[in-house]
Design a protein around this ligand. Structure first.
Ligand code: SF4
Length: 220
């Protein structure tokens, strides 16, 4: 259950507070060389958000998004999914939170589960009903690409999103990780936040960076 990208309740980065300064470009070992899937999800939501997320101050995670109730719900769903999948795929080894670290993409992430089966891998992400959002599909598609590039190089990779008692098989995203990661790095190396080209409608409504963002929409 990785942190969400930048909003208080939507698909976003669940950070709160006011940013006061912009950090230098994150070029170190934990910076640009390793993006995480949520960086790329944030980029799809709003490029300015990605910039503030990595270059703005660390402002923690909003408790209302990651409160104990939701964590408990997630753990319960994880347990249920693990049991169901083990029954359905007896020949597969279930790996919890595998680290998928791709030097080629410069991206690393940890899906909830990975089923390592003969001839294929199934990457599984589990969302509570409240956390589910369209961008979760992108996150899972990224995990699938990471799995293909790391633990499952010689296998077919499938991706399964479970949320609110339903399951959905996710197809590859139209933009590859490589494209998204290249764009993200370019944005993060800049001296100023990029304009929010392609920002989703209503994106600013719950954005916790709106107090410092020069592009925040006043009324929506
Ligand atoms: S306030 Fe709006 S434009 Fe600014 S970072 Fe947030 S979502 Fe993007």
């Amino acid at each position: 259950m990785e942190p969400q990208p930048g909003h208080s309740g939507g698909p976003g980065l669940a950070e709160e507070g006011r940013a006061h300064s912009i950090s230098p470009p994150p070029d170190g070992a934990n910076g640009l060389r390793r993006l995480i899937p949520r960086d790329l999800v944030a980029l799809q939501w709003c490029p300015t958000l990605l910039y503030f997320r990595r270059r703005g101050p660390s402002i923690g995670f909003a408790p209302r998004h990651y409160g104990p109730e939701e964590r408990l719900e997630h753990e319960k769903l994880l347990e249920e999914a693990r049991g169901e999948l083990a029954g359905e795929h007896p020949r597969c080894r279930i790996v919890e939170e595998p680290l998928l670290d791709s030097p080629a993409f410069g991206v690393r992430g940890m899906p909830d589960l990975l089923l390592d089966c003969p001839g294929k891998c199934i990457v599984v992400e589990i969302k509570t009903r409240r956390a589910k959002h369209g961008l979760d599909k992108l996150q899972l598609a990224i995990y699938a690409e990471l799995a293909q590039d790391t633990l499952c190089t010689r296998k077919q990779v499938q991706a399964l999103l479970t949320a609110g008692g339903t399951r959905e098989q996710i197809k590859p995203h139209r933009q590859s990780i490589a494209q998204l990661a290249r764009r993200a790095r370019k944005i993060l190396r800049a001296h100023t936040p990029p304009p929010p080209t392609g920002r989703k409608p209503g994106a600013c409504r719950a954005c916790l960076f709106r107090n410092i963002c020069p592009y925040a929409e006043e009324r929506e």
